[in-house]
Design a protein around this ligand. Structure first.
Ligand code: MSP
Length: 642
């Protein structure tokens, strides 16, 4: 089956922002997912370069429209590769081939009498570049641009859209998946329950020259939507390019809710007039707000993709946007929300699983995938969960429920991290009689990691490539072939992977939330002589309160050269700190990663074997053995222990 996925072509009156990036990341993710599923895919994005708004923007910039559109279109084109977005085609409505086809289509529809000339008086919104109906206004204003539309009376050309209204209603009703999510399908059907007006498709050249001239009347140019929507056809070579037949039947469009009406009503009726089958599906997503406020230039809160990549990296941005938004609903972007996901989902959950698993294979299996013995019930639980993950992932990705697909993957990442704790490979490694069990555990870990990697290709291509290289996987992955348990070949060489995601500090205000005890020097100076309690070694509540005990998560651990007692731990509490702990005889570095510990956080910094240490880890001493203090449940790093 062929698959043709498109984004809207973006107006070049503004530079690319988070909203444009989201639609295009979704299209890229779906195109990678379909390729992974063995489909033949074509992915198109581009720029919409005609119309009033663009002519105005060029005038404001004191350059010609041509210079202006070349400049901004290039900004869109150049924004995508750093986000690992790889379209097959970038279309511009100023491309000569596109202009030629739009004119041929106009002529065809005119010749068959589906375009006629008439006088029209209507309420025109400059921002929407269309006439609005009275019903659409909110308190006399355009609901999107919050300004009253202008009453315009002029002679124009009209497309007989109303002629196709009944056909469109029937088509939407007969094809429940034509417009999704369902709320948008219902919105369109509700709109269609009222009589549809014909669509004004021209602008007089006295008012606008920056457009495609009508082939049958040079005093007019085409209305932008009649020009823009046709990009979906011209981009695949309509009418007789070889790709047109191959891909049109698989056409699926991604848009946000702002341009539902042109896509769900104008476009299918235009296609019907052209005697072409409608596109296969329209996928409509919600809006990104910034800290719960509408993103706007005047508020000054526009988020640019380039800045996001610079701060967080491509894959963290892609993951966040896909994981955070439920496709179809609005979502709010904030730096804190992104940092929280990066720290918990990417650095802690995924990063730890990868680094712990690979380090153990290096240390306990000579960096080779071990051959497993038969699986135990505990192993089978992991296998079943991983197989279920693949099924759920396929279903949810195909339905554009990216957040659900990722939840399914992270469920297995969590399970695999737990599997490490419960199987404790470092204990098995101490006992030669357990070598088969150790090999089996490591194999199960690596195999679930391989299947996790497979699911990450469409979402985080760079990370998936690093993980594939670490697991010694070669060739182009295929979901059908590779999505089964047991494909990892024993004997394959495993490599360590560079740290995948750094931990980030949250904004200062959110750092610890803990108030440090304040020492009152005067009081200390005036302290009375030692009391009876102090003589007995008892401390006061105030003294106890001076101890800053906190929960920390060990995110990295290594031995300290020339010391058989010391480990250098990197602890997230929640800001990152180094703590040197004398526990190397009781704990290996691998088993420390991901452990929750209690630390004394307000010890004066000290140096041990030349390594600076900021705190102490609490442990019980049982003869020579040290046992780390633990909590009965997982709590967020930084929680105060009192
Ligand atoms: N040129 C028309 C589309 C023609 S398609 C044949 C247009 N351009 S636009 O530049 O205004 O882009 C609108 C699209 O940008 C939305 O449908 C959506 O894909 C994306 N977004 C713009 N702002 C957005 C958010 N705040 N949030 C999510 N997506 C948004 O309309």
């Amino acid at each position: 089956m062929s698959f043709y996925i498109t984004t809207p072509i973006f107006y070049v009156n503004a530079q690319p922002h988070l909203g444009h990036a989201y639609s295009t990341i979704v299209a890229d993710t779906i195109s990678r997912f379909q390729r992974l599923s063995g489909e033949e895919v074509r992915f198109q994005t581009g720029t919409d370069e005609h119309g009033d708004k663009i002519a105005q923007a060029a005038a404001e910039a004191h350059i010609t429209p041509r210079e202006y559109v070349d400049l901004i279109s290039a900004m869109f084109r150049d924004s995508w590769p750093p986000l690992s977005i790889k379209p097959d085609n970038f279309i511009r409505t100023t491309d000569p081939e596109h202009i030629k086809t739009v004119q041929a289509i106009l002529q065809k529809v005119y010749d068959q009498d589906d375009i006629y000339f008439s006088e029209y008086t209507g309420l025109y919104c400059q921002g929407c570049e269309r006439f609005l109906t009275e019903k659409e206004l909110v308190a006399g204003n355009c609901p999107d641009h919050l300004k009253p539309p202008e009453k315009i009376s002029e002679q124009n050309y009209f497309f007989r859209m109303s002629k196709y209204q009944e056909w469109l209603i029937d088509h939407i009703k007969a094809n429940p998946e034509f417009i999704s999510p369902e709320c948008y399908r219902n919105e369109v059907l509700s709109f269609l329950s009222e009589p549809l007006e014909d669509l004004c498709i021209s602008r007089p050249t006295s008012r606008l020259t920056w457009g495609i001239p009508l082939p049958f009347d040079e005093k007019f140019v085409t209305y932008v939507w009649f020009d823009a929507l046709i990009n979906y056809l011209t981009g695949i070579g309509y009418p007789d390019g070889p790709d047109f037949d191959r891909f049109w039947s698989g056409a699926e469009h991604i848009i946000a809710k702002d341009i539902l009406k042109p896509h769900a009503i104008y476009w299918p009726t235009m296609l019907k007039a052209l005697d072409l089958p409608p596109f296969r599906k329209l996928h409509v997503h919600g809006y990104w707000n910034i800290n719960d406020t509408k993103m706007s230039k005047s508020i000054g809160n526009v988020v640019r993709p380039g800045e996001m990549i610079e701060q967080y990296g491509t894959d963290a941005v892609r993951y966040f946007l896909l994981r955070e938004m439920s496709f179809g609903l609005d979502s709010s972007y904030s730096a804190d929300a992104l940092i929280a996901r990066q720290n918990s989902d990417l650095a802690n959950d995924l990063g730890n699983l990868v680094s712990r698993s690979l380090t153990m294979v290096k240390n306990f299996a000579g960096s080779l995938v071990p051959a497993p013995a038969p699986s135990t019930d505990q192993d089978k639980e992991l296998i079943t969960a991983t197989e279920e993950m693949i099924t759920e992932y396929r279903l949810q990705m195909a339905s554009f429920n990216f957040h659900r697909a990722l939840q399914a993957v992270w469920k297995v990442i969590g399970l695999a991290n737990k599997y490490i704790v419960t199987t404790a490979p470092w204990e098995l490694a101490k006992d030669p009689a357990q070598s088969d069990r150790l090999a089996t555990v490591l194999y199960h870990l690596l195999e679930s990691l391989r299947l996790i990697t497979l699911t990450l290709h469409p979402v985080m291509p760079g990370t998936a490539a690093k993980m594939s290289a670490a697991l010694g996987l070669e060739g182009t992955p295929q979901l059908n072939q590779d999505g089964k348990w047991g494909m990892l070949q024993p004997g394959t060489t495993i490599n360590l992977c560079p740290s995948l995601f750094p931990r980030l500090d949250k904004a200062q205000s959110a750092s610890t939330g803990q108030e440090k005890p304040v020492k009152d020097k005067k009081k200390q100076a005036a302290a009375p002589p030692k009391s009876e309690n102090e003589e007995k070694g008892l401390i006061s509540f105030e003294q106890f309160q001076q101890l800053d005990l906190r929960v920390g998560m060990v995110v990295a651990a290594e031995k300290i050269n020339k010391s058989d007692r010391l480990l250098k731990l990197t602890i997230n509490a929640p800001e990152e700190r180094t703590v040197v702990a004398g526990i190397a005889k009781s704990y290996s570095p691998e088993e420390m990663i991901g452990k929750q510990v209690i630390i004394v956080a307000n010890l004066k910094p000290a140096k041990l074997m030349g390594v600076p240490s900021q705190g102490m880890v609490l442990a019980a001493k049982d003869g020579n053995r040290l046992v780390l203090s633990a909590l009965a449940d997982i709590v967020p790093p930084g929680c105060k222990v009192s």
